[in-house]
Design a protein around this ligand. Structure first.
Ligand SMILES: NC(=O)c1ccc[n+]([C@@H]2O[C@H](COP(=O)([O-])OP(=O)(O)OC[C@H]3O[C@@H](n4cnc5c(N)ncnc54)[C@H](O)[C@@H]3O)[C@@H](O)[C@H]2O)c1
Ligand SMILES: [Zn+2]
Ligand SMILES: [Zn+2]
Length: 368
């Protein structure tokens, strides 16, 4: 079939929206008609050429929501008409990691996904016979996509697509960092560094876990205001003195749980330093630049602070994303403030510009 899609032709140049061919879903695959897709830093990172593992031509996008149109042979968990959210982090339910509650890092299709292929090592997207690769296993800057069944979460059809798609990446990452990775205890004090999609999700996650105090740190007053809406009790301007301020605010001890959601290694260090001696847990969600390292004074660890990383918030996607969306539908998570701009597929490059200008939290492409 023919469809419109935003293709990364050459690194560092705008995406080109054009007509491409999409082949039928094969065994274990599903054709999805996309309805909405968020524009994320990871898309821009790859488009810019900064990501050394990037490839082109490829259809970018990975924060999609839509409707199952057709299923390939052997697909049992999804049927036409089902509403789904796309998962760059799949859940096969069979590999050693999927069967262990300690991680969400499914091992099933990683290698081929990293190469821009579907699990059988081939692609479904082409243009005049030339292969176009799948980005993060998703390629959702398009009217349709073909994805593996194990990378689609079936969600409550009452969830509006423009909100549901935000659970495909940053929002679940932040919520999950607090709920799964840190498993914040009720009554605790938390400090969240960064108030973008991920940090604001972490603030909301800390609130859902019953944290008593949630300190949010960012450079932007506007974003700190959004953090207040998600449950932050104290707002703090980021920068040099942030750790000292948090220590002052916590009787000299630091926070029970800290979260880093900026991607800066300097802030990761601050987040560890702001964690309480004895049991403070620092969860890192930000993605640092290639080759950067984290500089930590080991004494901070000996005296009981712990450091953890979190990918997609530890959320096992097919189980966890529908559960988070149910909580949103029950009124526990306020998603509307994160949707800053609605744009068309043709305006995808404007989505990147808005993100670079830090204008709003997320631009969402409306596809159908
Ligand atoms: N672990 C994962 O699975 C996962 C998933 C999605 C995104 N990420 C990463 O999480 C990070 C955050 O993503 P986002 O979409 O929220 O990004 P964002 O750019 O929207 O938000 C980052 C925020 O950090 C703030 N910030 C920058 N310097 C700061 C400082 N010194 N002190 C305090 N705040 C500071 C910025 O003002 C901004 O509000 C990125 O590194 C992204 O790549 C990780
Ligand atoms: Zn993303
Ligand atoms: Zn698995």
């Amino acid at each position: 079939m023919k469809m419109r899609a935003a293709v990364l032709e050459r690194f560092g140049e705008p995406l080109v929206v054009q007509e491409v061919d999409l082949a039928e879903p094969r065994a274990g695959e599903v054709l999805v008609r996309l309805a909405a897709c968020g524009v994320c830093h990871t898309d821009l990172y790859t488009a810019s050429g900064a990501d050394p593992s990037g490839y082109a031509p490829a259809v970018l996008g990975h924060e999609g929501a839509g409707v199952v149109e057709k299923v390939g042979e052997g697909v049992g968990s999804l049927a036409p008409g089902d509403h789904v959210v796309t998962l760059f982090s799949p859940q096969c339910r069979e590999c050693i990691h999927c069967r262990d509650e300690r991680t969400n890092l499914c091992l099933a299709i990683r290698e081929e996904q990293n190469k821009g292929h579907l699990p059988d090592g081939t692609v479904r997207i082409s243009r005049d016979g030339e292969e176009v690769r799948h980005f993060m296993g998703c390629s959702t800057f398009a009217e349709y996509t073909v994805m593996p069944e194990i990378a689609l979460a079936k969600i409550n059809p009452e969830a509006p697509f423009e909100h549901a798609c935000l659970f495909a990446c940053g929002l679940s990452t932040g919520l999950g960092a607090a709920i799964n990775t840190a498993a914040v205890r009720a009554g605790s004090t938390c400090a969240v560094f960064g108030a973008g999609m991920v940090g604001l999700g972490a603030v909301a996650g800390c609130r859902l876990q019953g944290a008593e105090r949630i300190i949010c740190v960012d450079l932007s007053p506007e974003r700190l205001r959004l953090a207040r809406g998600q449950g932050a009790t104290d707002l703090l301007e980021g920068g040099e003195g942030a750790v000292e301020r948090i220590l002052e605010m916590t009787g000299g001890f630091g926070a029970d749980y800290t979260f880093e959601a900026t991607g800066s290694v300097a802030v990761m260090r601050q987040a560890l330093e702001a964690a309480r001696m004895g049991w403070g847990l620092c969860t890192v969600a930000g993605v640092a630049g290639k080759g950067e390292t984290l500089d930590v004074v080991p004494r901070l660890l000996i005296t009981g602070r712990r450091l953890a990383g979190s990918s997609f918030g530890g959320v096992k996607g097919r189980d966890g994303v529908p559960a988070l969306i149910d909580r949103y539908l029950e009124g526990e998570i306020d998603v509307a403030p994160f949707l800053s701009h609605r744009i068309g597929l043709d305006e995808v490059n404007r989505g990147f510009e808005l993100m670079e200008a830090q204008d709003g939290i997320r631009s969402v492409i409306e596809l159908s």
